[in-house]
Write a protein that binds this ligand. Sequence first.
Ligand SMILES: NC(=O)C1=CN([C@@H]2O[C@H](COP(=O)(O)OP(=O)(O)OC[C@H]3O[C@@H](n4cnc5c(N)ncnc54)[C@H](O)[C@@H]3O)[C@@H](O)[C@H]2O)C=CC1
Ligand SMILES: CC(=O)C(=O)O
Ligand SMILES: [Mg+2]
Length: 373
Amino acid sequence: MIIGVPKEIKNHEYRVGMVPASVRELINHGHQVIVETNAGIGIGFTDEDYIQAGAEILPTAADVFAKAEMIVKVKEPQAVERAMLREDQILFTYLHLAPDLPQTEDLIKSGAICIAYETVTDTRGGLPLLAPMSEVAGRMSIQAGAQALEKSNEGRGMLLGGVPGVEPAKVVVIGGGMVGRNAAQMAVGMGADVTILDRNIDVLRSLNAQFGSQAKVIYSTVDALEKHVLEADLVIGGVLIPGAAAPKLVTEEHIKSMKPGSAIVDVAIDQGGCIATSKATTHAEPTYIVDDVVHYCVANMPGAVPRTSTFALNNATLPYIIKLANQGYKEALLSDQHFLNGLNVIKGQVTCKEVAEGFNMEYVDPRSAIENA
Ligand SMILES: NC(=O)C1=CN([C@@H]2O[C@H](COP(=O)(O)OP(=O)(O)OC[C@H]3O[C@@H](n4cnc5c(N)ncnc54)[C@H](O)[C@@H]3O)[C@@H](O)[C@H]2O)C=CC1
Ligand SMILES: CC(=O)C(=O)O
Ligand SMILES: [Mg+2]
């Protein structure tokens, strides 16, 4: 198979779909890899590194899209990239369709086979291709939140850990999954007063086992959420209902009643955000203020630490890329229900239930969509 890796074009996005070592693996499996010039330059990989691994370098994204049978990316395709997709081409990347009608419509129109990293599941109920970036974003959320609390950023002027004799900041983490657990780990490490809310009892038990008395672990009701959010100096939004738009758990009224200068980091923004006043921002302009609350809502947080992130992402995606290339998408997806869960759009049909329901579109069972393709 011919596998194409274009350079990412989202704002301050320096990750890349494949590192040279992954290219070499695919070449060893007998495939051909084409890479856009300078695709890896943001993480220190030159064209020469890719050539050494066996790739061919092409001068533009248009060349890569025109020739590749499968496109491997990081972020959801931007409008100019969507225009280059073609029927029967495989697209393997993050999509986050639920909050993004224009992208969903373009992918339907393209006729391509669009497999989203973030809805692939595993046998333990996890999301193996989202997890590595959630680890990164969860950890980063505390750095971002600490900065947002600085006075020069219109924050309350609080140090997360306080100092001897002065109280630490209260950090409230909504959603105790991969993002929440990693955020809590960093916040605890910095000496903050940490509370984690989730509504899955098994998750609560596991958080309790990990953090013991270092963090409060609370069942997430409207009541509990309101109490803790209104007391918070920093709120981290990390809830997820896989495939679906995030529920708006923190309301406009809550934001109005939060302490002036408090901060929120809505990591769930890539699924639309779990805070009513959130709107996606970029690394160039990461924050804005609503009702004196600093909002950080960057939808590609791991893009800021692209070297760590690309390796972490590639470690997880490589076996799936190899499977698609070796077996073709039909066999690769039909033989593995968890991989099949990644299929969001195929040849004009929506095969992710949450996306179809969210946009009032017809849902087609992915298995029959493939069998009829
Ligand atoms: N902005 C960015 O750059 C990035 C964003 N993300 C996003 O972060 C979000 C979280 O991802 P993960 O932690 O991997 O998901 P996860 O599935 O590991 O964790 C989500 C948690 O939310 C909990 N939850 C669901 N409804 C809840 C409610 N009403 N109250 C409290 N908890 C609730 C679930 O029980 C689960 O434990 C996703 O939207 C993901 O796409 C991930 C990486 C990067
Ligand atoms: C998951 C995601 O949105 C990211 O890594 O950018
Ligand atoms: Mg206020």
